[in-house]
Design a protein around this ligand. Structure first.
Ligand SMILES: *Cc1c(COP(=O)(O)O)cnc(C)c1O
Length: 400
């Protein structure tokens, strides 16, 4: 519910000071208002509050809360969005952004390569309520052009896809969508708020799972929908406030403090990722290293035009399929096996048997999720230690 009112600061200053509102005690660290409700001075005041709410006039934490509003204002200022609504998780944000604006008979075009739960919303949820969804290969502009039609209300994609790190041309897809008046909704988790000016490239709505790089330390679930004042206040909020996907004040406080260090963390992680990807390329036991910051990435030019750095994620294909990939994962000593990403701790995942297990073999093949594919989220450890761990893991994968 917060509208950005940030001075003309540079991003790192916005990440530290944006949205701060001090209580009468003048605290330095932002206050956490762990309250569901708010007291009215009189019955008349309660009545008036329900008629018209402003940003400082709270009714109930499902609608808004001062700590959550500070987080919303800080992230909106950082992203260059007019307004934001914080959600309980990244998926509450994806669901809210789409369901709040769509109705039966509408048409949506989406990239095929999506986070598993995003695919579920587009494939299973929207279609159940009469929304037609067309899927395209996100990197093929001809397919976007062919699929977008006059009744298309929204296009949806991950700017860098999970787990194969395809890069989508945000400006080009936005031009095609805007030609028919469709809203461009981008799940920007992998590109992070740090490396890409997603709205500047043409997106109307940007979504984050704050669980990932925004928290960045593996503590809380959260999400955020960013967009125009009208979209957030007239479309998203009426839906979200009655359907219950609000962020908790405690999680908002964690996210608010985490935004202060996000720029430093993401830059260190991306520098580590580039060093690691460079060290891995050409190693025995790997058939492929996929990293948008490497010249060998099929869309390296586009990635570097859209993003300041190649990001914090690397995908690689272990020669020898699932058995070799499992030997590789099991041999790692510093890097942990888990499925989150964007964390200070480096995390490795085998998508075919975990995050994308639900997909059929044909779908996996189509998306490039081969049995040997692993996804690495690079953390804040010393890159030399990570490289040593990965090389030892590869030796184990090849050696058996
Ligand atoms: C993790 C993730 C989500 C979902 O976020 P949650 O906070 O886990 O609900 C959505 N999209 C992408 C690209 C993600 O990586």
């Amino acid at each position: 519910m917060a509208d950005a009112k940030t001075p003309n600061w540079k991003p790192r200053t916005r990440a530290v000071h944006g949205g701060t509102k001090r209580s009468q005690y003048g605290e330095v660290s932002e206050a956490i208002f762990l309250t569901q409700g708010f007291v009215y001075d009189s019955a008349e005041a309660a009545e008036a509050r329900f008629v018209e709410t402003g940003p400082d006039e709270y009714i109930y934490a499902r609608y808004g809360n001062p700590t959550v509003a500070m987080f919303e204002e800080r992230i909106a200022g950082l992203e260059g969005a007019e307004a934001a609504f914080a959600t309980a998780s990244g998926m509450a944000a994806v669901n809210g952004a789409l369901v709040s604006m769509l109705r039966a008979g509408d048409h949506v075009v989406s990239a095929r390569a999506l986070f598993g739960s995003c695919l579920y919303i587009l494939e299973e949820v929207l279609t159940r309520y009469g929304v037609e969804v067309s899927f395209v290969d996100g990197t093929d502009l001809d397919q976007w052009q062919a699929a977008i039609r006059p009744e298309t209300k929204a296009v949806f994609f991950e700017s860098i896809s999970n787990p194969t790190l395809e890069v989508i041309d945000i400006a080009a897809v936005s031009r095609l969508a805007h030609a028919v008046g469709a809203l461009v909704i981008v799940d920007n988790v992998f590109a992070t708020p740090v490396f890409q000016d997603t709205m500047g490239l043409g997106a109307d709505v940007v979504i984050y799972s704050a669980t990932k790089h925004i928290d960045g330390q593996g503590r809380c679930l959260g999400g955020v929908i960013l967009g125009s004042h009208d979209y957030i206040n007239k479309t998203v909020i009426p839906y979200m406030k009655h359907t219950g996907g609000a962020m908790s004040p405690f999680n908002a406080w964690v996210m608010l403090k985490a935004l202060e260090t996000m720029d430093l963390r993401c830059r260190a992680q991306a520098e580590g990722a580039l060093r690691i990807a460079t060290a891995l390329e050409g190693q025995a036991g790997l058939t492929r290293v996929i990293y948008p910051g490497l010249a060998s990435h099929p869309q390296h030019g586009l990635a570097m035009a859209q993003m300041e750095k190649g990001g914090t994620m690397i995908a690689m294909e272990i020669a020898g399929g699932q058995a070799a990939a499992f030997r590789f994962l099991n041999a790692l000593e510093t890097i942990i096996i888990s499925n989150n990403l964007g964390d200070a701790k480096s995390i490795i995942t085998h998508p075919a048997t975990t995050t994308h297990q639900r997909l059929s073999d044909a779908q996996k093949q189509r998306l490039g999720i081969s049995p040997g594919l692993v996804r690495l989220s690079v953390g804040l450890e010393d890159p030399d230690d990570l490289i040593a761990d990965l090389l030892a893991g590869l030796a184990a994968a090849v050696g058996a």
